[in-house]
Write a protein that binds this ligand. Structure first.
Ligand SMILES: Nc1ncnc2c1ncn2[C@@H]1O[C@H](COP(=O)(O)OP(=O)(O)O)[C@@H](O)[C@H]1O
Ligand SMILES: [Mg+2]
Length: 239
């Protein structure tokens, strides 16, 4: 039975789409039994479909989540070995779509080991995704508004589902370090893994430009970020 992981933050630009792709790609590269890797699929509630660009694909598709949910049509795009992406065509969801979405997610759990969801909060299906999730991962900035936002989010969602909080685009500002300490206090006594911050990095930007993931880089500068992400996936797989 597959596990569903939603990458969530109510703020844009924190790295939800990019991190979803990095975590899903790593998971798909790890063996679940000798010679057989995890089969991984990514869904999204964002019709910008940024993950296609981040993985080196054009947004040239005619079927997506709508057709998968409404008609059971296969609509996944193979973006790497063992890694699939279901695009989203538009943002209009009927109530019947939402009902069927739950059944689709159940079905996917029978066919995939891990289902990652790159979630956008403005849509009502975000709630369905969160409710169906086994785990939630929260990327964040270490600034006032975003940190306060995730402290609020921790009140709103089932805390026990939160696997990790990943501070991203860290620039070593004094205020960022202070917010990190506050978050550290917030997660004390919970099972939430507040990871080391991922630095703002031009290497990451250039990999994205080339449509490559961090696992396809041999640059030494990638190692620090790789280790942080590896720790999360390890927890996810071996939990
Ligand atoms: N650690 C980082 N260093 C540099 N650029 C980053 C980093 N993380 C994400 N980005 C860039 O920031 C932008 C926003 O990331 P994205 O994943 O699309 O955010 P979201 O999905 O939360 O809106 C993208 O252009 C991405 O390449
Ligand atoms: Mg996004």
């Amino acid at each position: 039975m597959g596990k569903i992981i939603t990458i969530k933050n109510n703020k844009g630009g924190v790295g939800k789409s990019w991190l979803t792709l990095q975590l899903a790609h790593l998971t798909s590269m790890i063996e679940k039994s000798p010679g057989i890797n995890h089969k991984v699929i990514i869904l999204t509630s964002d019709s910008q479909n940024n993950i296609l660009g981040y993985s080196g694909f054009s947004d040239n598709f005619s079927v997506g989540l709508e057709q998968l949910v409404n008609k059971g049509e296969s609509s996944e795009i193979r973006i790497r070995e063992n890694l699939y992406y279901v695009p989203l065509l538009n943002n209009n969801f009927s109530n019947s779509f939402r009902e069927k979405l739950k059944a689709t997610l159940k079905n996917l759990k029978n066919n995939y080991d891990f289902i990652f969801i790159d979630s956008v909060p403005t849509l009502n299906i975000d709630k369905d995704f969160v409710d169906s999730s086994d785990y939630i991962i929260i990327p964040t900035f270490l600034d006032t508004a975003t940190t306060e936002g995730i402290i609020k989010l921790m009140d709103e969602i089932d805390m026990t589902k939160i696997l990790a909080i990943i501070p991203n685009k860290f620039t070593k500002l004094k205020t960022e370090t202070e917010w990190y300490k506050i978050l550290k206090n917030q997660v004390r006594g919970t099972n939430i893994n507040l990871t080391h911050p991922i630095k703002y990095s031009s290497l990451i930007n250039s990999l994205i430009e080339k449509g490559k993931t961090i696992w396809e880089s041999k640059a030494r500068g990638a190692e620090e970020t790789q280790l942080i992400l590896y720790g999360i996936v390890e927890e996810l797989i071996y939990e």
